[in-house]
Design a binder for this molecule. Structure first.
Ligand code: ASP
Length: 342
């Protein structure tokens, strides 16, 4: 059996950073040098790897849909040459990139695993070594036809993941979907949860960075005027982060009118809950139903990160508003669960 070969797309993040007078910064070439110098990455049990380093390396706070496009295009361009793909990425916006890649990589049949670390690889207490080694084993030896995040012993579906800790090694959680794999003495992948592998060639579905999106978190006292300004042209899509089961201040008629008028103009407004667990049920409360009446569509239990990425993906397709709304509420890549059919 030939050794598995994994493609490592190195985009940046803490993992390869060095201390500078202004704090941690990514340094070109440094991660590859460190990995070469570490015997564990060269061992027989490890897959062979090829690193593709992006220029410039980014703190993931600087990631945009332009970079999502470059990463997705590189995976598709090298798809047939490798057994699996690792995306080394900062943790701050990793959940957005993982969600975006899950939509952009159509008919995926191989693992695409994002990983990073909370402490740089070069430091003594770094979590990077284990994250990288296990992500490489997962990408090289397992048939996981999904975009995933691997951090701290857990493999998560990428479009279900959220960054929940800025300090802990357990930076990510998957509140509304079970973990896909658990790593202890054994690497255990729960096959019954994985999406089916596509028999078709993987295809790139690009996103247009020019799509005008906003996400808006409701808070007590939010003004209708603020909402009206947010949804004004040229906005095309809005992720509205609401209370509880998808509720909003239904007594604030001007606010509901602003949303209804935006909906009439074709703005896609998606309701995601501010809660970490559970989803949107707009028929549970009158305060949720009011949003439905205004034309807001349910994001069910989708993460706000996945909703943003999905809006980019769907609004880049030149489809009608009706079609975008229908697909927004349809599970495309395992990103949502509809409890009740409507
Ligand atoms: N600010 C860093 C980034 O997202 C944090 C990390 O990598 O963990 O690039």
């Amino acid at each position: 059996m030939p050794k598995p070969h994994v493609f490592i797309a190195y985009t940046g993040g803490t993992i390869g950073m060095k201390q500078s007078p202004t704090g941690y910064i990514p340094v070109a070439g440094y991660l590859a040098q460190r990995m070469e110098a570490m015997p564990e990455f060269q061992r027989d049990e490890m897959p062979t790897y090829t690193i593709h380093e992006y220029d410039p390396l980014l703190d993931s706070a600087n990631m945009t849909p332009v970079e999502w496009g470059k990463i997705a295009a590189d995976v598709v361009a090298h798809y047939d040459e490798y057994d699996g793909f690792i995306i080394i990425h900062g943790t701050d916006t990793m959940a957005y990139t993982a969600s975006a890649l899950s939509f952009m990589l159509e008919s995926l049949g191989k693992p695409v695993i994002l990983t990073g670390s909370q402490i740089p690889l070069a430091e003594v207490r770094s979590d990077a070594r284990e994250n990288l080694i296990t992500a490489m084993l997962l990408a090289g030896q397992f048939r996981i036809p999904e975009v995933c995040i691997y951090m701290n012993g857990r493999l998560l579906r990428g479009n279900r993941a959220r960054k929940v800790s800025g300090m802990g090694f357990d930076a990510f959680a998957s509140p509304n979907f079970p973990v896909l794999g658990q790593v202890g003495v054994q690497i255990e992948v729960n096959r019954s949860l994985l999406l089916p592998a596509s028999p078709f060639p993987c295809r790139l579905q690009g996103v247009r960075p020019q799509i005008h999106l906003a996400s808006l978190r409701l808070f007590p006292g939010i003004s209708a005027e603020l909402v009206r300004r947010v949804v004004a042209p040229p906005l095309q899509g809005l992720v509205l982060e609401t209370y509880g089961a998808g509720n909003a201040p239904s007594d604030n008629i001007p606010l509901l009118d602003a949303l209804a008028e935006a909906n009439e103009r074709g703005v896609i407004i998606v309701n995601c809950t501010q809660c970490l667990y559970g989803g949107v049920e707009m028929d549970d409360y009158a305060t949720g139903h009011a949003l439905k009446e205004a034309g807001v569509i349910s994001g069910y239990d989708m993460t706000p990160e996945a909703a943003v990425a999905k809006l980019y993906y769907l609004l880049s397709r030149d489809w009608t508003a009706e079609r975008v709304k229908r697909l927004m509420a349809t599970e495309l890549r395992g990103e949502l669960t509809r409890k009740r059919e409507v």
